[in-house]
Design a protein. Structure first.
Length: 413
């Protein structure tokens, strides 16, 4: 049995009311709510006095200790080494920093490969660098019928001249979990490096960086109950050789050399608390074992909620769901539209009448949205779950959407 009441008590934001009703947070893919230990860690760091690094006084040394603990926690989260973990403003900024370094190694005749299903951060960061370097960009296409990547021509798309392949683990828009292993295997066959966007994946299922075969893996702590902080995990032997843009006196050693300027120390100080919250939902002798166990529980619970909402939406004729077939694994992320309804207006109505906080748009998966013609009608409505969402909340969402459709039909008559 998933301890939903115990989990919900760890999130102060769940007590917020809007228009006299408890807020229902259905915008998890855009950013989760912060766990209480995370909030307390930020307050503690700032209350006790923050400081920059390399000082011979307590607050400076404590900041360095927090960073060390955060690297160890992030490494446990994705199956890496602490010295492979670098922090930054967000995943997008870290991707751009890595791409600027990689482009120095690209020459005429090379190519890079991105996908049509990705968030544009894992597209434009690499294609901009490719344009600067004057090399070819290729796309792995998305099948608009199945909302999965079409890998039938993968051996031709990724060839001996491919230097980098960038692909997501899971679509932040429609929830499709990609066949990353097939992509990874082909990339490694030709000696290409693999950059994996795990921003939407890490909140929902276990990641093992080495099993994926990623040289670069990116995620963001604010998606999994933590602070606003980007995380880059880079394979040690690749990281050592990476010629990053940096100030001359800044460190030349990993992982510090990727971290430009003064970091968000209060966020870094809170990262371990967020990861420890995940671990607290599992069992095991080590933090990694607890994390593995916790993800199994969270995934089962979240998928149960997702099935309930998907089934209900499928029964409403006015609703169009955008999801991969039943046989394809998905995160608890549900994209849909309501016939004849403006997605922005739907979200406003749900907030004002039911205190349901749900988002609309293309969610920066703009290539996929354009291919499906979604942007012509205002984008998707996207419901995304976190382990603090309850069955009662899902029932409320179903009731609210049914009520909105009924009101729309009355108006149209």
């Amino acid at each position: 049995m998933f301890p939903i009441e115990e989990v919900r008590r760890q999130f102060p934001a769940l007590t917020r009311k809007y228009n006299g009703k408890l807020a229902v947070y259905m915008d998890g893919p855009g950013g989760s709510q912060a766990a209480k230990p995370v909030i307390e860690a930020i307050i503690s760091y700032m209350t006790n006095g923050g400081a920059n690094l390399h000082g011979e006084f307590p607050t400076s040394k404590e900041t360095e200790q927090y960073i060390e603990k955060a690297r160890k926690a992030a490494a446990d989260l994705v199956g890496a080494k602490p010295n492979e973990v670098a922090f930054g403003q967000n995943s997008t900024s870290l991707m751009f920093a890595v791409s600027r370094a990689l482009k120095k190694t690209w020459t005429s005749g090379d190519n890079i490969v991105v996908t049509e299903i990705d968030h544009r951060s894992n597209v434009d960061s690499w294609t901009t660098a490719a344009e600067d370097a004057g090399i070819e960009v290729r796309f792995i296409p998305v099948d608009p019928k199945t909302l999965t990547l079409d890998l039938s021509n993968l051996n031709n798309i990724i060839d001996e001249n491919t230097k980098l392949v960038a692909a997501t683990l899971a679509s932040n828009a429609v929830g499709t979990i990609t066949d990353i292993k097939t992509i990874s295997n082909r990339a490694h066959e030709v000696g290409a490096m693999l950059a994996v966007d795990a921003v939407h994946a890490v909140p929902h299922f276990l990641i093992n960086r080495d099993q994926i075969g990623a040289q670069f893996l990116f995620c963001s702590a604010y998606k999994f109950f933590g602070p606003h902080l980007g995380i880059a995990v880079i394979k040690e032997e690749v990281f050592e050789k990476l010629s990053v843009y940096k100030l001359q006196p800044a460190p030349t050693y990993i992982p510090d050399k990727l971290e430009t300027g003064t970091q968000n120390h209060e966020a870094i100080a809170a990262l371990e608390a967020g990861i420890n919250f995940i671990a607290s939902l599992g069992i095991g002798a080590t933090r990694r074992e607890k994390i593995e166990s916790a993800y199994a529980r969270m995934e089962e619970y979240e998928n149960k909620l997702a099935r309930k909402l998907r089934t209900a939406l499928e029964s409403i004729s006015e609703v169009t769901l955008y999801q991969a077939p039943e046989s394809v694994a998905k995160t608890p992320t549900i994209a849909f539209t309501i016939n004849g309804a403006d997605p922005v207006e739907v979200c406003r109505w749900l907030a004002e009448n039911y205190a349901i906080f749900i988002a609309s748009g293309d969610f920066y998966a703009s290539t996929l949205a354009d291919k499906l013609g979604i942007n012509e009608s205002g984008g998707w409505i996207r419901a995304g779950f976190a382990p603090y969402n309850s069955e009662e909340e899902i029932e409320m969402v179903i009731e609210a959407i049914q009520a909105y459709v009924k009101s729309l039909n009355v108006v149209n008559k």
